[in-house]
Design a protein around this ligand. Structure first.
Ligand code: NAD
Length: 309
């Protein structure tokens, strides 16, 4: 049966719009890349007491944002607050919050709303790695890993997304991982949390599009290893293809992606190729490639974050 007239019309509109958005992306990639202003925006960063979270705070401080810093470590977080203030933040507030605990997230979120205001950029960055093989990992640690790496994202969205929708203004940033795109041997609980965080962020993005909430943006970040100490001891077999990233480089790319309202950021670029290959290569071929790239042994040298003396 021939398609109905309305379906044909819909198809033509779809094709027309597709050409326009492709041209727009090409133009933005090649020539004009508008970046949004974030001075005065209230930026909440979880896991701000060290690593990427601290560097993200300093970048937004330079851009004149108001910073709301959450971490389970009061000491590290307070240090970041002072550094952010000195770096030019329009305001910097540190809150001790255990993001793995829903009650803590809701309690501290209420405090932030009263004391600072509506968060307009939410960066779910807090993360932990157990570094144990699945059957060697105690249930409690698996649950903690899932609570921090994924479930915290649910509760922070519940706390801050309604005001973003009411103001038709907000940006949700999910720090997932390359381990949120492909399974890694020795990282089962971590992969599960990072896949979940990715899927959740993408699904809510689609909800906001379906609801025509145009002011709500999403950025999902999937980096390979970064030299913050989290994956201390892990190595890359081919550092020109899969380099272990410098934290400053990773953070520059993340902030740039947020300012450009880019939805997906994978780094290094080879991760895009890896995802593409995974989508069509026969499984055995994919596994040969994974083995060749060292992906079956990434975690062999893992010693984990060094404890502070
Ligand atoms: N470092 C890497 O190689 C790498 C690669 C891909 C993705 N990531 C992700 O990037 C994010 C930042 O990692 P990082 O390398 O900066 O690690 P990091 O260990 O330096 O920082 C993580 C921060 O989260 C905080 N944190 C941990 N549990 C918490 C909790 N329950 N509540 C609140 N805060 C908590 C820690 O105190 C710490 O300050 C994480 O989500 C991580 O999974 C890291």
């Amino acid at each position: 049966m021939a398609p109905s007239l309305s379906l044909t019309k819909e198809l033509l509109v779809f094709l027309g719009k597709s050409v326009l958005v492709l041209l727009e992306s090409l133009l933005f990639t090649l020539i004009l890349v508008p970046r949004k202003k974030v001075a005065g925006e209230i930026v909440l960063i979880t896991g701000a007491g060290s690593g990427l979270g601290r560097l993200l705070a300093l970048r937004f401080a330079h851009l004149g944002s108001v910073l709301v810093l959450w971490d389970i470590s009061q000491e590290g977080n307070e240090e970041t607050r002072k550094m952010a203030q000195e770096a030019g933040a329009a305001g910097a507030y540190a809150y001790t919050c255990d993001c793995s605990r829903k009650e803590d997230v809701y309690r501290v979120a209420d405090q932030v709303k009263k004391e600072v205001g509506d968060v307009s950029i939410l960066i779910n960055n807090a993360g932990i790695v157990t570094g144990r093989k699945f059957l060697d990992c105690p249930d409690k640690l698996i649950e903690k890993s899932f609570d921090v790496n994924f479930k915290a994202h649910l509760w922070t969205y519940k706390a801050f997304l309604p005001a973003m929708i009411a103001n038709d203004h907000g940006h949700l940033v999910c720090i997932s991982s390359a381990a949120g795109l492909t399974g890694i041997s020795g990282l089962a609980d971590y992969c599960a949390g990072k896949f979940a965080a990715y899927g959740f962020a993408e699904a809510v993005l689609l909800e906001t599009i379906a609801n025509k909430q145009k002011g709500i943006k999403t950025t999902i970040v999937c980096p390979f290893f970064i030299k913050t100490g989290m994956f201390e001891g892990c190595a890359s077999r081919f550092s020109y293809m899969l380099p272990i990233l410098e934290p400053e480089y990773a953070v520059k790319k993340i902030v740039d992606a947020i300012l450009k309202e880019q939805v997906y950021l994978y780094m290094p670029r080879f991760i895009y190729i890896m995802v593409f290959l995974k989508s069509f290569l026969p499984h055995k071929m994919g596994m040969l490639l994974a083995e060749f790239l060292g992906a079956l042994n990434f975690m062999d040298g893992f010693t984990g974050p060094k404890k502070k003396d």
